[in-house]
Ligand binder design. Sequence first.
Ligand SMILES: [Zn+2]
Length: 211
Amino acid sequence: MKATHASARQLGLVSCSDCHLLSRMKKTLAHEAAYCSRCGGELQQRKPNSIMRTWALVIAAMVFYIPANLLPMTITSALGSVSADTIMSGVIYFIHSGSWEIALVIFTASVFVPFLKFTILIYLLLSVQFKSIKRPKDRTRFYRFTEAVGRWSMLDIYVVTILVALVKLGFLADIEAGPAAIYFAAVVVTTMIAAESFDPRLIWDVVEDKS
Ligand SMILES: [Zn+2]
């Protein structure tokens, strides 16, 4: 593939990650940092240690994903009886009670979307590490998707808790978040930081180097 445009890096330009001012990268010594002339933020052509950092965060998020699914998400007590529900037991409950739409929303938000985000991030990491030049545009789109989804992920936890409370027990019950809620929040936050740590420009650097 032939690159038709010069990249900012080839022209010695760098965009400030805080205020997005485009600056010319002055020739500094290796140990010297360059700073943005407008906001004073440190200028970096690529996010430092992007690959290693993203790997570490994705693996951490996958570890949190296990207790998030195995431990109870909600603990409800009504009329003296206490019941604990994991995400999946909640999903199964809604399927059995005929509310398959609610089951679908919980399953998608809490099980499928986090899984999809891990898969995309691992695919992006491997594709950069193995210097793939295939479908860079599609990979950039995948990256945008994980970034966009991240902003809404925290809603999942409320969806689960509120739906279980309202539909299963009406307003008569006492409902508490179970230990899985903390792990689930950790999955969401860690995945968001992982997506943020990945530098999608690395996808294009490989394409550029090979052209
Ligand atoms: Zn700046």
